[in-house]
Design a protein. Sequence first.
Length: 268
Amino acid sequence: MFIRSALLAAVAGLAALLSSGWTMAACLGAVSQLRPQIMPASMRIAAAPPGSARITFVGHATFLIETPQGATAATDYNDYIRPMVRPDIVTMNHAHTTHYTDAPEPGITHVLRGWEYQGKPARHNVQFKDMRVRNVPTNIRNYYGSGTEYDGNSIFVFDVADLCIAHLGHLHHRLTPGHLADLGKIDVVFVPVDGGLTLNIFDMQEVITQIGAPLVIPMHYFSESTLERFLARLRDTHEIKLNNGPTTVVSRAGLPKKPQALVLPGPH
């Protein structure tokens, strides 16, 4: 019910025109448990306004990203929390089952798994309408032992409307110069801020500094107290803003001049 109400509110408040053209972003790089529901085609929300990306926090680590041409992508797509519209692209990570599924909905154009397969790191660079998606592999801790699952996670980068939007997935370590070179310049970053299952909040703050995105959107925080603990560490460097709903529209012209942490309410 929460997602249905939020998306209908987004429709009412964020009616948009279809874009007549688009520009690819200059992304410079080397390369709560809800039942899944699908929105009927007749109820699909409008495309994002020209020159912008619409971002909706679906819950946990899942966001719906929409483009001016109506392309949609869902991050860390799983069996428990899904957008009510079937995405064109889904990205997934391998830490545990709230970040991936072995049974994606039929009809999705691109299913991008962010972990290694047959000993090779995941490497994606796909185009759908006015959205391009690529990934930068990272490692995760092996929860079945004390070791490391190399290339078990990916940072996915969404190239939309002259913006570079990065989803850190289930990040477990600080980034190397190689990771940063592969990422390139990032404008919006989705950051897991639980401080335990992913990276601790001190190192995650360093990752935010490393990436240097003007807009930080927290996710994966389980409770308001965990979120506040993270935001308290950013108050000296970032403006803290609470959005009045789970959806925001981002454009290059509208990026904050001072670094900002924007909280999108929703199941976390």
